[in-house]
Design a protein. Structure first.
Length: 172
């Protein structure tokens, strides 16, 4: 059997693929490093970092911060020079990492470097929105989605609902 020597490493594509950015909703999943379980106050910090971007560079449709990962559904706001997706996610993860580490008196990475992103098709937005909303229920963390403190989503009657930062973590 003869093997052909490749001119370049075919597995080197991961960080160099161009990501398509369009005005479609993007579904994003990001994980904590080594699936570290975030304490409740750290989840609040991560949620605030995500919500900070709402109406700034993105239009958020839904966000959930689970114990060891987060999901976002958003559309990048159209502008003459829209920010690249990696910059938006880097800012969200960077700010939350800094503040989580400061809170917990620790150093190091909080999030995995890679995130999973998917440009949704026209008929998939509601599917991913519902996936995010029901994620805490499917995991058995709560019986009803609105009982989960680290969930935010728009509705027809409330396109820009306010998030109430949880102060009592007795349920955890």
């Amino acid at each position: 059997m003869n093997f052909v020597k490749l001119k370049r490493n075919p597995y080197r594509y991961r960080r160099t693929l161009p990501h398509i950015q369009d005005s479609v909703p993007l579904f994003i999943t990001f994980n904590t490093l080594n699936r570290w379980v975030l304490p409740p106050e750290a989840r609040s910090i991560a949620m605030e970092s995500c919500l900070f971007e709402h109406n700034r560079r993105v239009l958020l449709h839904a966000v959930v911060i689970m114990p060891e990962h987060g999901h976002l559904l958003f559309t990048i706001i159209e502008s003459a020079d829209p920010p690249p997706l990696h910059q938006i996610l880097g800012d969200i993860k960077g700010a939350s990492s800094h503040n989580i580490n400061k809170l917990l008196g620790r150093k190091g990475h909080v999030w995995e470097e890679e995130s999973m992103d998917r440009a949704t098709r026209e008929n998939e937005r509601e599917y991913y929105r519902n996936y995010i909303i029901h994620n805490p229920v499917k995991r058995g963390l709560v019986e009803h989605p609105d009982d989960y403190p680290w969930l935010w989503y728009e509705t027809e009657d409330q396109p820009d609902p306010k998030w109430n930062r949880p102060v009592n973590f007795a349920k955890e």
